[in-house]
Design a protein around this ligand. Structure first.
Ligand code: CAA
Length: 258
């Protein structure tokens, strides 16, 4: 991996933590940072020594959105040619589970990046929203689609059309995040959960994540079929034999990831 200018990468056991690191700009997601982030995700996804990824910012900001200064003078044609948000699909395609550890601002592209993650642990200081309307635009990296699926039409409309921020408690109630913890613990809590998931059979984790994500872009019928195929496929793994044998023999299973 080439040198990272806007990220800090940390590993412990099977868990890799990526920290967004442009604190001077509240982790605004400029092109350089996003390129680094996407290639880091892709290389961690291929790395067998990583089973779960935590994505975090700092206490003040997870990320305050796409970099406004980088877009302020762009024309429509330049934005079309830059097509910076289509690359974010590569994050959606990461096979390993991603846990967002969010504190402070998660706004615009920051909220959209959070919603690319599979699980969200937030600090009680989190402020989450899609304020693009206040700078004359609208969400462009999935906000109108993912937020609506997560919180429903009426709240998504209110948030996108006014730019109002949700508090952590409101986001929890709306089903946008999994849990809220005191600010001292949000990262630790996310890493603990990541270690717990990393301690599960990796192929089953991968196929289960894939099946859940499938539900967003298919019919219930196709989704159920997809789920069944993944379920049957797991009977080809050594970990399935081990998991069931361990249950019968009343011992702890030892996962091989095969
Ligand atoms: N882009 C570029 N720089 C940003 C930024 C952004 N999205 N958000 C904050 N910054 C910079 C500020 O310009 C400032 O830099 P300087 O010190 O050089 O002036 C620094 O970060 C600190 O910010 P503030 O002084 O504004 O901090 P604050 O605590 O007073 O306010 C805030 C915090 C409410 C988050 C405010 O910074 C803000 O409103 N930021 C913009 C939020 C936003 O509109 N995000 C959406 C961006 S568009 C988008 O994301 C499109 C998409 O769908 C992908």
């Amino acid at each position: 991996m080439s040198e990272l200018k806007n990220l800090i990468l940390h590993r412990e056991g099977f868990v890799a933590t990526i920290q967004l690191n442009r604190p001077q700009a509240l982790n605004a997601l400029n092109l350089e940072l996003m390129n680094e982030l996407i290639s880091t995700f892709e290389s961690l996804d291929k790395d067998d020594s990583v089973r779960c990824i935590v994505l975090t910012g700092n206490e003040k900001a997870f990320a305050a959105g796409a970099d406004i200064k980088e877009m302020a003078n762009a024309s429509a044609v330049e934005m079309l040619e830059r097509d910076q948000f289509s690359k974010w699909d590569k994050i959606r395609k990461v096979k390993k589970p991603i846990i967002a550890a969010v504190s402070g601002f998660a706004l615009g592209g920051g909220c959209e990046l959070m919603m690319h993650c599979d699980i969200v642990i937030a600090s009680e200081t989190a402020k989450i929203g899609q304020p693009e309307i206040n700078i004359g635009v609208m969400p462009g990296a999935g906000g109108t689609q993912r937020l609506t699926r997560a919180v429903g039409k009426v709240l998504a409309m209110e948030l996108v059309l006014t730019g109002r921020f949700l508090s952590a408690e409101e986001a929890l109630k709306a089903g946008l995040i999994n849990r809220v913890v005191p600010v001292e613990f949000y990262l630790e809590e996310a890493q603990k959960l990541a270690a717990e998931i990393a301690n599960r059979p990796p192929v089953a984790v991968r196929l289960a994540k894939e099946a859940i994500l499938k539900s967003f872009d298919t019919t219930i019928e196709m989704g159920l079929e997809y789920e069944r195929k993944n379920f049957y496929m797991l009977f080809a793994t050594e970990d399935m034999k081990e998991g069931m044998a361990a249950f019968v023999e009343k011992r702890k299973p030892e996962w091989k990831g095969k």
